[in-house]
Design a protein around this ligand. Structure first.
Ligand code: 291
Ligand code: CA
Length: 161
């Protein structure tokens, strides 16, 4: 971070704003409307923010929606993150939501968008079962459990920032 002085001689520290979290920073800058929007349709857990788009899309389009907003689809990496996301899915009341992970690369081996293997999972009993041989995406049910599901299905879009 490099320093700079303001009009009253005050010192300002500059640091790069993480490009993946523009919405989060916008929230802190903007009016109460933004905070209310996040209160109703978002969840903050640790350093992470989940925000729902409140509409349903197939996986690829959902990915694009989140990338456009500077985020990505949700990757719950522990029980606390999973629970925060579950509360959002349940409150939104639009059914299951897509997670970020797929096993499109290697069947049965689910990975994050960067290709790393899962560090946490919350599969529903019997999942993932690749039912019909075409379930390469993951949905979170309203109870927080995970199920592998075809990527072409439309699910609630939630992004992580
Ligand atoms: C069953 C389980 C899941 C599977 C799902 C789909 C349903 O859950 O076998 O592992 O992903 O069926 O095959 O597909 C359609 N078209 O309904 C059903 C429950 C909630
Ligand atoms: Ca399944």
């Amino acid at each position: 971070p490099k320093g700079d002085s303001g009009p009253r001689g005050e010192q300002w520290a500059w640091t790069a704003m993480p490009a993946t979290r523009p919405c989060f920073y916008a929230q802190t800058e903007k009016s109460k409307g933004w905070k209310m929007e996040l209160f109703l349709h978002g969840q903050s857990v640790g350093q992470k923010v989940f925000k729902t788009a409140s509409f349903l899309k197939p996986f690829q389009e959902a990915q694009q929606v989140c990338a456009q907003a500077g985020g990505q689809l949700p990757s719950p990496r522990n029980a606390a993150e999973n629970e925060a996301l579950q509360q959002l899915v349940e409150f939104e009341n639009k059914g299951a939501a897509f997670l970020s992970m797929t096993d499109s690369q290697t069947e049965g081996r689910f990975t994050y968008p960067g290709g790393e293997p899962l560090v946490y999972s919350n599969w529903n009993p019997g999942e993932p079962n690749n039912s019909g041989g075409n379930e390469h995406c993951v949905e979170m049910y309203t109870n927080g459990k995970w199920n592998d599901r075809p990527c072409g299905e439309k699910r609630l879009v939630i992004c992580e920032f």
